[in-house]
Design a protein around this ligand. Structure first.
Ligand code: NAD
Ligand code: DAU
Length: 338
């Protein structure tokens, strides 16, 4: 019977984690601590809102008093809260530094003060920088950090702080650096839900530059299962990189697959101006977590992309509500000079 404090639990991965954890660990309880920025949505959690083992607390990880009030008998912290969208970090880095760097440090202090048993930090493969398309190497726990966007730099800063609290204060930390997730409840500013929902709305799908950028795609439940493996069996102080089953799949191919699933034609694609400093390729070597903790991704890209498309078809109210006034303003600003 553990009590978890989950930060950012109203976002995409955090809400998938809470739904999974309460279903698979019914003896545990969860406090979901979330500021409810544009990316936080309690709709994601309506199936558990009346669960006696679940409680929502609205709060900001940069605020020590709000954290103090939420930190009652907590055993484990699972830290998802972050500003997460690269394009937004290019337009305005400051909220990324405030939440991802300062917020993580304030949270670490709170966790230290409360003497928690485990602090798990969710990070990204973007801290490792970019690979060339013809480079056959992959990111691993031994890869040097080389963050290239304000988002990636802020996540790298947070990773270093988490490690420093282990070395300096013995805070029992673990870290995962994960590749691109996809699945239900992902905010439609990210490539896959943006492509699906734009096509459903008969709009064009903006593809940056030549579209030949490559990502390693992981179904969100596989990420959640990796976090579960680390919480249950991970070694304190260690980092584990987490990735999916895709190999060298370009953004253009991802968009074409979505177009085919929805029975449309490729005239839906619109090439637009590139993202500044766009990382060419991410690829992840997840040997360590497989060998040491027995985790590997179980959901293949093509079948689960299809299921994800189905989810967005079946849940149009969910994404129509989030593609609202504020999102429209962001969208116009982001894609106006294309
Ligand atoms: P998201 O943007 O969907 O959700 C972020 C959540 O954090 C939201 O609910 C938001 O309200 C909350 N939040 C933001 N600032 C906060 C603050 N100051 N205090 C409290 N709550 C705050 O993000 P996501 O895609 O679910 O990503 C979750 C985590 O996983 C992030 O740390 C991200 O860096 C990391 N990650 C994401 C991916 C991915 O593909 N999405 C891959 C690897 C790592
Ligand atoms: O690698 C893990 C990271 O994956 C996470 O840490 C981030 O939180 C998450 O947002 C994601 O970052 P990316 O920048 O890779 O994801 P995004 O969905 O924004 O873009 C995926 C690729 O698609 C990238 O090469 C940029 C491109 N793209 C994106 C958008 C939004 C387009 O071509 N057109 C678009 O409109």
């Amino acid at each position: 019977m553990a009590k978890l404090l989950v930060t950012g639990g109203a976002g995409f991965i955090g809400s998938n984690f809470i739904l999974y954890w309460l279903a698979h660990h019914p003896q545990d309880s969860i406090v979901n601590f979330d500021k409810l920025t544009y990316a936080g949505n309690l709709e994601n959690l309506k199936d558990v809102q009346n669960n006696a083992n679940y409680k929502f607390v609205r709060g900001d990880i940069t605020n020590p008093e709000e954290l103090d009030a939420a930190f009652i008998d907590i055993d484990i912290v699972v830290h998802f809260a972050a500003e997460s969208h690269v394009d937004r970090s290019i337009k305005d880095p400051s909220p990324f530094i405030v939440t991802n760097v300062v917020g993580t440090q304030v949270l670490l202090d709170a966790a230290l003060k409360k003497g928690i048993k485990k602090f798990h930090h969710i990070s990204t493969d973007e801290v490792f920088g970019s690979l060339e398309l013809d480079d056959k190497s992959k990111f691993s726990e031994r890869t040097n950090y080389n963050p290239r966007s304000p988002y990636a730099a802020s996540k790298a800063g947070s990773d270093y702080l988490v490690r420093a609290y282990f070395s300096t204060y013995n805070l029992p930390i673990t870290i995962t650096n994960c590749s691109n997730n996809f699945g239900p409840y992902q905010f439609p500013e990210k490539l896959i839900p943006l492509a699906i929902t734009n096509i459903l709305e008969e709009k064009k799908v903006p593809v940056y530059g030549d579209g030949l950028y490559a990502r390693d795609w992981l179904y969100v439940e596989d990420h959640v299962r990796a976090i579960e493996a680390v919480l249950e069996k991970g070694k304190v102080g260690e980092t584990y990189v987490v990735g999916g089953q895709t190999d060298e799949i370009s953004n253009l191919d991802v968009v074409k697959k979505i177009i085919r699933i929805l029975g449309k034609d490729e005239s839906a694609i619109e090439f637009v101006k590139d993202r500044p400093g766009h990382d060419r390729k991410y690829a992840v070597d997840w040997t360590k977590i497989k060998d040491e903790l027995g985790w590997k991704p179980k959901y293949d890209f093509d079948s689960w992309l299809e299921k994800t498309v189905e989810w967005y078809k079946d849940n149009q109210n969910w994404w129509k509500n989030v593609k609202d006034g504020e999102y429209q303003k962001y969208y116009e600003k982001q894609y106006s000079n294309s």
